[in-house]
Design a protein around this ligand. Sequence first.
Ligand SMILES: [Zn+2]
Length: 240
Amino acid sequence: MPNTTKKWIYSLVDLLFPRLCCACGERLAFGENFVCASCQLQLPLEVNHDWRYNRRRVIWSDHPQLVRMGALTRYERGNRASMIVRNLKFRRQYELGSWMGRIAVQRLKESGLFEDVDLLIPIPLSKRRLHSRGFNQAELIARGMAEELGIPVRTDVLKRIVARESQTHFAIQERLGNAENVFKLMSSDGLQGKHVMLVDDVMTTGTTMLGAIEVLEVIADVRISTFTWAWAYMPPPVHA
Ligand SMILES: [Zn+2]
């Protein structure tokens, strides 16, 4: 089909069903998907990008199996990064999740964040939350990343459970001050000696991520890295 015809059809469809940018809400132009070119240029990028030694990593230095921690964007209320997450979670834009994962890998591949990572594990939702939302946004992002990286996504490893189901885990979580982020190791098959990357949409204090790390680090010789689409908070600098 000639390009002019395609554009004409696009204009007609766009008139009836306008496609909007997930970050600014303006109409998308022909050829743009999910996020307009202008918003892509102005994404609030996370700059604390020394993966091995960023402040979170320093604070969690009592987890020697933790290798790198990275995020693409900085989350602030109402900014472009947060609007994209909002569209993903509450407007059920499934394809957007995959786009977020792909763009993150494309933008950060050179940084070495994903180097020698063997597989991706999205942070699971509890059964109840999954049922009410209908999808796990972390998994959608992980699937997009996997496409770019050519590595598998494992959803059979971690399970998120309600606190009262496990006294041991409850104790850990209570110590961390959050009894809702309880994970259980369902399978460690094929994970020995591997470098796994936990994936989530937003990291605030990191309690959720830490809960998952603590469950995974019992696996022999496993190395763990984390990726989140956005960081909502960065701990203050640590002075030696
Ligand atoms: Zn936009």
